[in-house]
Write a protein that binds this ligand. Sequence first.
Ligand code: GUN
Length: 286
Amino acid sequence: MNLTAKIIDGKAMALDIRQKLAEKITSCCDKPYLAVILVGDDPASLVYDRNKQKAALSMGMKCDIYHLEKHTSEDELIKLIHKLNLDDHVNGILVQMPLPNHINPLHVIETIAHEKDVDGFGPYNAGLLHENDTRAMVAATPKGILYILEKELGNLTGKHAVIIGRSNIVGRPLASLLLNHNCTVTITHSKTVNLPKITRQADILIVACGCPKMVKKEWVKKGAVVIDVGINRVDGKLCGDVDFDDVKKQASLITPVPGGIGPMTIAMLLENTYTAYLNQKNKIKK
Ligand code: GUN
C-alpha cells in the first residue's frame, strides 16, 4: 500500500520564526545590518539575494547588496570585505556563492571577520561546529534543516541520516550538526558506489546534489523523512533533487520545492545576523 507523506510547510515555519525575530528587533536600539556581496549576473543568485534583502528589510533590519561586476578581481573583492570588517555598523557579511571561476572562494571566505561570518562558512566557525562548540555560527541551510527535523521528530538520537552531497554549504556542515545531535551520519557524493542501496538505509534522507528529480521512490525506505535541498529549473518550472510525486508515496514526511528549505534558509540567515549583532553589541559593552 502506498503512503502519502505529510508535506512540510517551510514557508509557514519560516514566517513564524521571522515574526518572533521581528518582535525582538523592534526592541533593539539600532538596526542589525547585513551586507550581501554578489559578484556577477547569475540570475538565480540575484533572485536569492533580493529575497534575503526583502526579508531583512521587512523585519526592521538594514541590508545592502554590494553588486560587483563579473570581472571584479579577487583582490578587489577582498578589499571590500576588509572595509566591511572594519565598519562597526555592519554586523553580518555574506558573499553569495558560487563566485566566478577566477576567484577562489576559500580566499574570500577566510577574509570575513569570524564574528560577522553569518554564513558560518569560514574556518573559525566551521571548526567550532566540527568540535561541537555551541559558539559556532552555523550555516543557514543546515540550521534550517535541523530546525525542521527537531520540530517534526523531536530527539534525533540514533537516527540514521544519509546525506547526498558533500558541499561546504550544505553536506559537510550538516553532517557535523547531525553528528552533534547524536545521529549516525553517512555522507554520499557523486563517486559513491551503489547509492540507492545506501539511501534505502536512511531514516532521514537529505538530498543536496543539484540533480533534478534524481531520487526516486525505490531509493527511499518506507516511512523515511526526506529533505530536498535542490533548486533546479526544468522547462521553466522549479523542482528539487527529489522526484516529489513519486517519493511522497514512500516517505512519511517530505519537503517540497519551492516552499520547503529555501524560506527556512533565509529565516536562519536573519537569525544569525541578529545573533552576530547581539554578540558585537555585548562585546562593546564589556
Ligand atoms: N549559495 C547557495 N546557498 C548559499 C548560502 O547559504 N550562502 C551563500 N553565501 N551562498 C549560497
